[in-house]
Design a protein around this ligand. Structure first.
Ligand code: CO8
Length: 258
């Protein structure tokens, strides 16, 4: 379908969704989030797609939720609409892997959106921040929770209380991003990672994603039990037989998601 605030390209098993509101540094408004959820739904339903890349422009991944849209809302409005919560749930329920490829600003809701993805590859120009405090509010779609889990209380508190930005190098050191690359190489690196993921068995991929995400929700013993059961269940798949046979026969595995 035709979108106005994003573009979607499907190429070689990878769907690339690009946030596209250049005049507002890709600020997240209701239309953009609606369209993003629709595109993620389409990518999920498309058997050809095995990995998703979410990206923005060279200047901004997203400079936050749209302040102009939010500014006139009352408590009753945001409470009744459950503002952006439905979209948060839809994004985080996506089973296929999502890589955030971040260049420029990832601020407020933009940083939160990047953290909803499975991992973040950052250009050396990336700047992360939770500057909502400057607007008299706080993060509202996961910032206080996800950033704290990723970088620890001290740095998260620093970011949320001062509103300062973190550059890509600090973000990598702190564990917010998995890799930093020169800006020119960002999409090549993200495509490379997505292609690697696309070659695997989707059964193992989804299991790995579910198990890692579980680590943020439960105790170690519960998480270990969850992982063990998923590991054991993969022995019911043809892909496990194929993967282990291919290793022994010194050839590439041909996974069939069965
Ligand atoms: N919302 C709306 N418009 C924006 C936003 C935004 N978040 N960010 C930038 N823009 C617009 C600017 O208004 C400007 O538009 P115009 O030309 O019409 O005036 C255009 O984008 C370009 O921006 P600047 O001229 O400001 O560009 P600079 O390069 O000078 O500065 C900055 C770039 C530093 C990124 C600056 O634009 C900025 O500080 N932006 C706001 C950052 C921010 O505060 N983000 C947090 C927003 S609040 C939030 O995200 C809450 C999340 C939780 C919501 C969930 C609800 C449940």
């Amino acid at each position: 379908m035709a979108y106005e605030t994003i573009t979607v390209e499907v190429d070689d098993h990878v769907a690339t969704i690009t946030l596209n509101r250049p005049d507002a540094l890709n600020a997240l408004n209701s239309q953009l989030l609606r369209e993003l959820c629709k595109a993620l739904g389409e990518a999920s339903a498309n058997d050809k797609v095995r990995c998703i890349i979410l990206t923005g422009s060279s200047k901004a991944f997203a400079a936050g939720a749209d302040i102009k849209e939010m500014s006139e809302k009352s408590f009753v409005d945001v409470f009744t609409e459950d503002y952006f919560w439905t979209e948060h749930q839809a994004i985080t329920a996506t089973r296929k892997p999502i890589i955030a490829a971040v260049a420029g600003y990832a601020l407020g809701g933009g940083c939160e959106l990047a953290m909803m993805c499975d991992f973040i590859i950052a250009a050396d120009t990336a700047k992360f921040g939770q500057p909502e405090i400057n607007l008299g509010v706080i993060a509202g779609i996961g910032g206080t929770q996800r950033l704290t889990r990723l970088v620890g209380k001290s740095k998260s508190m620093d970011m949320h209380l001062t509103g300062r930005f973190m550059d890509a190098e600090e973000a990598e050191r702190a564990g917010l991003v998995s890799r930093v690359v020169p800006a020119k190489k960002l999409m090549e690196e993200a495509q490379g990672a997505a292609q690697k993921i696309a070659e695997k068995s989707m059964l193992a991929t989804v299991a790995a994603k579910e198990a890692v995400n579980r680590a943020e929700e439960v105790s170690l013993s519960e998480g270990l039990l969850f992982e063990k059961r998923l590991f054991q269940s993969l022995f019911a798949s043809e892909d496990q037989k194929e993967g282990m046979a291919a290793f022994q026969e010194k050839r590439e595995a041909q996974f069939r998601d069965k």
